[in-house]
Write a protein of this length. Structure first.
Length: 242
């Protein structure tokens, strides 16, 4: 595990030798006093903190304004100006909201996303009778949970991504931060990483039980009776520790 940590730390060298040196001193001083799993968690937390500096600072306030007007959804941003999207004759708007660089409109037929970076609307059709259960809008991405899919909208390029749910699969818990999110279902863990661009899933064993979840410093750490799983936007999906 320590080799894995060192490998990750080498990749942050371009963020400043002083920060990496300070983290190295911490590892040398306290490494022998901490359990391997706890040490990995602290090292990854520090890594995410180093990488996240300056990423979201300019995105805390909404760059997008949305409203409905004469059968169409309208979005504006400082760079795009006005962008209109016609709604269908029987299309009903259920909800809408903005945060950071993206805005979302949920209708009876579609999911509509607007990106202040892509300067355009992006559409995702819902299945017939598909029900929207939850909507979350973060500074750089948005998530929609329905009874059939998980949908993610990337504000950086205005793309929709989707992950189908199994016939008997149910979401039981949800954890998120400004860098990513994790859905815990009765079958697996599903993480969304907006900067890497997609959903990443980790199946749960038949006899595996979730014991706890830590959500701190851009990392979501899931502990089960069999292992510890770490998920973060700037990691390559899930990292697993026995």
């Amino acid at each position: 595990m320590l080799k894995l940590i060192v490998h990750r730390l080498v990749r942050v060298a371009n963020y400043g030798s002083s920060s990496v040196h300070l983290l190295g001193r911490f590892m040398n001083t306290f490494g022998t006093l901490l359990s391997p799993v706890r040490l990995c968690f602290i090292a990854y937390s520090a890594l995410i903190w180093l990488l996240s500096q300056g990423v979201t600072g300019a995105e805390l306030q909404s760059e997008v304004t949305l409203w409905l007007e004469s059968g169409q959804a309208v979005a504006t941003s400082q760079l795009s100006g006005r962008r209109d999207l016609p709604l269908g004759a029987q299309e009903v708007v259920i909800s809408s909201g903005t945060n950071g660089i993206n805005g979302i409109v949920v209708t009876s037929r579609r999911l509509l996303g607007f990106s202040s970076r892509a300067l355009t609307w992006s559409k995702k059709d819902l299945d017939v009778n598909e029900k929207v259960l939850e909507r979350k809008i973060f500074p750089s991405f948005s998530l929609i949970r329905t009874d059939r899919h998980l949908y993610g909208f990337r504000g950086v390029n205005g793309l929709w991504l989707e992950e189908p749910l199994g016939v008997r699969e149910k979401v039981t818990r949800f954890h998120s931060n400004d860098y990513g999110a994790v859905f815990i279902t009765n079958e697996r863990l599903v993480g969304f990483t907006p900067l890497l661009g997609g959903f990443a899933s980790k199946p749960l064993d038949v006899h595996e039980h979730i014991l706890g979840v830590d959500n701190e410093n851009g990392l979501i750490v899931v502990s089960s009776n069999q292992r510890t799983l770490v998920f973060g936007t700037r990691l390559s999906g899930w990292e697993e520790f026995e």
